[in-house]
Design a protein around this ligand. Structure first.
Ligand code: GTR
Length: 385
């Protein structure tokens, strides 16, 4: 990213481990009132709700509680893709509230003759919209549909901006404005990251309504801003049994308190439409945050989380992403699931899969590459035998 490269040269950002401030992470197993959480029941019946509410109010915003209906239309279909292995559909989700409607497109691929129901991976695409035709004729640079189909997966993708425009002036044309009936958002209301994650849940609604798809094996994946989104989507929607974060960095997998690379104040200034307005206040005072990003993984536990970094993508703080996975371990342990506890990062391109967590750091720059996908699928195979 040009912005990221330019920012790297700006001395106001930390790129040297020696300049990372010392900090104490909030303890996921301590209630706000200080009392310890020592059983799965206390987690499920108290602490998780408390943390979810803190992330909603202070980081990603609250989704609206307004009732809505959703239905799906097939815009076009081809049933002979990849030597007859799959059916591809250009779809439209139609959301209705009080007779008003909002539409967004997505693209779905479903195996034609699966022996058993297929697991499904929903990709949040922050780069471009796809279509059956472009995928079938040219492939997609960040979505290896043919490979997914050949390995027995169903898959679907949508473009972030089709749900909520990825621009600070885009509110009027997105799902948030539609839900608010044109009224401006409250400070603790959802912003684009949460709106995109909500879009991922609607795409999942469609996929699990298909008889070929196994609703118990559903994953959500995204790169960068869509990686942040994938993690939050899985925190909000427990139907996702794996969340894949690729190079998500600040506000995603990376610990905010490290202030390495992109910071809270930089991200909330550059992208004011991404986070709850309340998040802005923690710029330059991350220690005041009642949560940090390891607790986002804790919200997904005991379900699976996979984090991918790239060694040159220092803007996203690979080390802070890995440290956050490790710092979520006490919650996985309390919930009876193994997870990564080793403090040393794994070697380059040597993925680490432990229980419900996985991590790799790829050689190279900020990108979602075929190698990232290969490790994603290897991890899925450890979860969904
Ligand atoms: C950058 C932003 C990152 C990341 C990235 C992307 O400009 O600073 O937080 O989201 O964009 O989405 O590619």
């Amino acid at each position: 990213e040009q912005v990221a490269k330019d920012s790297k040269r700006n001395p106001q950002f930390i790129y040297d481990e020696a300049n990372v401030p010392s900090f104490v992470l909030p303890d996921p197993l301590k209630m706000t009132d200080g009392s310890p959480v020592t059983s799965a029941q206390q987690w499920n019946k108290g602490r998780r709700d408390e943390l979810l509410e803190l992330f909603r109010s202070e980081v990603y915003g609250h989704r609206p509680e307004t009732e809505f209906a959703v239905r799906f239309e097939i815009l076009s279909e081809r049933d002979d893709l990849f030597a007859g292995l799959a059916t591809g559909r250009d779809m439209q989700a139609i959301i209705t509230i009080d007779g008003r409607s909002f539409k967004f497109p997505f693209t779905a691929f479903i195996p034609n003759s699966a022996k058993r129901k297929a697991p499904v991976i929903v990709l949040i695409n922050n780069r471009h919209a796809s279509s059956v035709q472009t995928v079938a004729d040219q492939g997609d640079p960040i979505w290896p549909v043919q490979k997914l189909i050949e390995q027995g997966y169903a898959t679907a993708a949508f473009h972030t901006s089709d749900v909520d425009p990825d621009s600070k002036d885009g509110y009027a044309n997105g799902i948030r404005s539609f839900f608010a009936n044109g009224q401006p958002p409250q400070n603790d209301a959802w912003r684009s990251l949460s709106a995109w994650g909500w879009g991922g849940s609607r795409v999942l609604d469609y996929m699990v309504s298909q008889p070929e798809v196994d609703s118990s094996r559903a994953a959500i994946a995204g790169h960068s801003r869509a990686g942040k989104t994938a993690l939050w989507a899985a925190a909000e929607d427990p139907r996702f049994s794996i969340a894949y974060s690729n190079d998500s960095g600040c506000g995603g997998a990376a610990l905010s308190r490290r202030r390495f690379g992109e910071t809270v104040s930089r991200i909330t200034t550059a992208f004011p439409h991404w986070f709850s307005k309340n998040f802005d206040a923690y710029g330059e005072q991350e220690d005041k945050l009642p949560v940090d990003q390891h607790e986002l993984f804790a919200l997904i536990a005991p379900r699976a989380v996979y984090v991918a970094s790239a060694d040159l993508d220092l803007w996203a703080d690979p080390k802070g992403e890995y440290a956050a996975v490790v710092a979520a371990a006490p919650v996985y342990q309390l919930l009876g699931e193994p997870s990564i506890t080793e403090s040393q990062m794994p070697a380059l391109e040597t993925p680490r899969y432990v229980g419900k967590t996985g991590y790799h750091v790829r050689r190279g720059a900020h990108a979602l590459s075929p190698l990232d996908w290969q490790f994603f699928l290897d991890f899925a195979a450890t979860q969904w035998r």
